[in-house]
Design a binder for this molecule. Structure first.
Ligand code: SF4
Length: 240
């Protein structure tokens, strides 16, 4: 079995604790309006097809530098849970910290097994309003909330991420509802508010895709601050 991989990053600093080796998997069932990497959507567009052992060999080459561990991101890594499970088995046998960056859209027995070998889940809950979530991602919200609930049941450490997009995800009532919902869980170790920016636009243009956020600006520092304050009202551990 081979993994379909978009790319590697040897010194990632934003995808989990410490300096990390990040593997971006190919394939995603979501179609987020603000996606920075639409070139990861189709599995068959993979730049690399590697076995788990071959991917692990890449990690071994830089292991002395990437002391934080390994993060598998995407795309949606849970689409290739078999591959990631095999890779994480190798990592855990070598005492390497493992993290998955996911939308939480998928959950099945294989993914549950994979979570046994996963130290940390970076979970995007992209909106709390089901209708707006669907508009933003093209898929329903409910699976992600179920996934979060399951992570709580198994007491899996979670870092939540929230992309703040003016006029899409910054409504104050929605922010309160989001914070209220996630604050019921005690396994949330950190919440990152990620201000929207236009870094992915050139990929949409190159691929001839209809990019609907063309005229959307990054949120002002005041809007970011407001979101932080709302989340903190619910005692969420907001990272600044
Ligand atoms: S889940 Fe991530 S990779 Fe998939 S469409 Fe959304 S932003 Fe892009």
């Amino acid at each position: 079995m081979k993994g379909y991989i978009h790319s590697f990053e040897s010194f990632g600093t934003k995808d989990g604790p410490g300096i990390r080796f990040v593997i971006f998997m190919q394939g995603c069932p979501l179609r987020c309006l603000y996606c920075h990497n639409p070139d990861t959507w189709k599995k068959d567009d993979a730049q690399y097809t590697l076995t788990a052992q071959e991917a692990f060999d890449e990690i071994e080459k830089v292991k002395s530098f990437v002391r934080g561990g390994v993060t598998v991101s995407g795309g949606e890594p849970m689409l290739q849970a078999d591959f990631v499970l095999e890779l994480f088995r190798l990592c855990k046998a070598d005492n390497i910290h493992t993290a998955i960056d996911t939308s939480g859209f998928l959950l099945n027995d294989k993914i549950k097994e994979l979570l046994n070998y996963t130290d940390l889940v970076l979970l995007d809950v992209k909106h709390i309003d089901p209708s707006k979530y669907k508009d933003l991602t093209a898929v329903p919200l409910e699976p992600t909330l179920k996934f979060l609930s399951f992570l709580s049941e198994i007491k899996k450490p979670v870092w939540l991420r929230y992309v703040l997009v003016p006029n899409f995800t910054d409504d104050e009532t929605d922010l309160h509802n989001w914070a209220k919902h996630v604050s019921q869980y005690t396994n949330i170790e950190r919440v990152d508010i990620l201000p929207f920016h236009q870094m992915g636009i050139h990929k949409w243009q190159q691929m001839g895709l209809n990019y609907k956020l063309q005229d959307v600006k990054s949120p002002s520092p005041e809007i970011v601050k407001k979101a932080e304050q709302i989340f903190e009202e619910y005692n969420l551990p907001v990272s600044k």
